[in-house]
Design a protein around this ligand. Structure first.
Ligand code: C2G
Length: 128
């Protein structure tokens, strides 16, 4: 079984997230999403609208997602990849190059982001 892993906050779920998850799943048979906790979001200088528990339940309802784990720090990726027997690490290409150190442990794939949509844009558009 080919296992794929990806990371994110996945707040205010939108088609950019779904496009990423769909393409990530297509690279293997099993997709693990490591979801930023509310505490780690503070480290990322992000405040999610939905709580971790709600963002987790929403992700678990998506057909492409097989498992959701908590992301609590920047440094957990090597352990996540090795402990979960991951074959492929996937992120949107806004992260291109940032996680190349994982190439010693698994395949590293950066996928093109979906243009014109982001959680930040949704918040800004709704505020106006
Ligand atoms: N994404 C995308 N297209 C968009 C918006 C997001 O492809 N229009 C992708 C991002 O590149 C990322 C995933 O969707 O791979 C989740 O996006 P975020 O929730 O914004 O993730 P981020 O805050 O970048 O967290 O340790 C890594 C971090 O947890 C990544």
């Amino acid at each position: 079984m080919k296992k794929v892993i990806t990371y994110g906050t996945y707040d205010l779920l939108h088609v950019g997230h779904i496009n990423l998850l769909e393409r990530a799943k297509a690279l293997g048979d099993y997709l693990v999403v490591v979801l930023s906790t509310d505490e780690f979001n503070a480290v990322k200088h992000k405040t999610a609208y939905h709580s971790y528990e709600d963002r987790k339940k929403i992700l678990e309802s998506i057909r492409y997602v097989d498992e959701v784990l908590p992301e609590t720090c920047w440094e957990q990726k090597v352990a996540d990849v090795t402990n979960n027997n991951i074959d492929v690490f996937v992120m949107g290409d806004d992260w291109k190059g940032e996680f190349d150190f994982l190439k010693d442990y698994c395949e590293v794939v950066y996928l093109p982001r979906t243009d014109g949509i982001s959680t930040t844009k949704i918040k800004q558009d709704l505020h106006q």
